[in-house]
Design a protein around this ligand. Structure first.
Ligand SMILES: NC(=O)c1ccc[n+]([C@@H]2O[C@H](COP(=O)([O-])OP(=O)(O)OC[C@H]3O[C@@H](n4cnc5c(N)ncnc54)[C@H](O)[C@@H]3O)[C@@H](O)[C@H]2O)c1
Length: 284
């Protein structure tokens, strides 16, 4: 199937990027958010990203206008009824995602492929809330979506070969390198990354070094572009906590358990860059 119209549900950190790259690749995009303020905020994030590209001479002002012109923002889920593919990028909560897909199932035509950008939930558990589990995949993008070159395309036991091929083709069309993964918690990247991030917090809790020194150690000693605490703040501490809890629930292994310091920071609303502070303070 040639995917011409893409629906994106949720226009936060990830959804805004997914919507942007889809429109950049020439597809029509319908974005759904919870209210008008969230639509305005999401569109503003995309506008800001594209404006920077124009300033740097990487994009013409006409192209920016054309990209934004291919996007519509709505609060009505019913507006997804003309989409060939719907990508969900809302909060990392299984019950809320299942409810969303069950509703989408009644709105979208039979050919529409459903995809979730979940980092850690079982794709099959969401597919089971619809009558089209064969048309269901994971499309796991990375933050910031327009810059990160990877997408993990995830197939469940029910995903058909054609739908999986269409999803991989979409990933390539939006300019990403596709890694194919089965529906196992964390897929490839988070299976390995999440224990590393949680261990970094445990190292800080046990007083091995300061967060600044742990970050410097991993950047300069391993050649990583960001230290673990910079990365945690970038990903979002609330998102990391959700992911850790889901992976711990699945594997029951200590290395996926959330350290108390992570819980305390999230309870205090210090969710990372997006909230102004996390391990580091961004208000200064
Ligand atoms: N942050 C990351 O680095 C990252 C990376 C890969 C995948 N993910 C996954 O992507 C998903 C979204 O994460 P995020 O970081 O973009 O979160 P976010 O909090 O930045 O954005 C979520 C958005 O979804 C909106 N929303 C909530 N319910 C909605 C609904 N029913 N309909 C429409 N919009 C709704 C919220 O208003 C919010 O704007 C999660 O499943 C997360 O695990 C996150």
């Amino acid at each position: 199937m040639d995917i011409k119209t893409v629906g994106v549900v949720g226009c936060g950190l990830m959804g805004s990027g997914i919507a942007q790259i889809s429109a950049q690749a020439g597809m029509q995009v319908v974005v759904r958010e919870v209210d008008d303020a969230a639509c305005t905020k999401g569109r503003g994030m995309i506008d800001k990203f594209l404006s920077k590209a124009v300033e740097k001479g990487k994009l013409s002002a006409e192209d920016k206008a054309a990209i934004l012109g291919r996007m519509t923002f709505t609060t009505k889920l019913a507006d997804m009824n003309g989409c060939d593919l719907v990508v969900e990028a809302i909060i990392e909560n299984l019950d809320i995602k299942r409810k969303l897909f069950a509703e989408l199932d009644t709105i979208c035509p039979a050919h529409t492929i459903f995809a979730t950008n979940t980092s850690s939930l079982a794709v099959g558990d969401m597919a089971a809330s619809t009558k089209r589990p064969q048309n269901f995949v994971g499309l796991h993008f990375f933050n910031p979506v327009p810059l990160m070159r990877l997408v993990e395309v995830v197939r469940t036991l029910a995903t058909t070969d054609n739908v999986f091929a269409d999803a991989c083709a979409f990933g390539e069309k939006v300019g990403k390198t596709v890694v194919r993964a089965k529906d196992s918690p964390g897929f490839v990247v988070n299976l390995l990354l999440v224990p590393y991030l949680l261990d970094s917090i445990r190292a800080l809790e046990s007083g091995v070094a300061t967060k600044e020194d742990i970050d410097a150690g991993m950047k300069l000693g391993c050649g990583y572009p960001m230290g673990p605490f910079e990365l945690l703040d970038f990903v979002g501490l609330d998102t990391t906590l959700y992911i850790a809890e889901i992976m711990f629930d699945e594997f029951k292994e200590y290395r996926y358990s959330a350290p108390p310091m992570l819980r305390r920071l999230v309870a205090a609303g210090r969710n990372g860059r997006k909230s102004g502070a996390g391990f580091y303070d961004y208000n200064k």
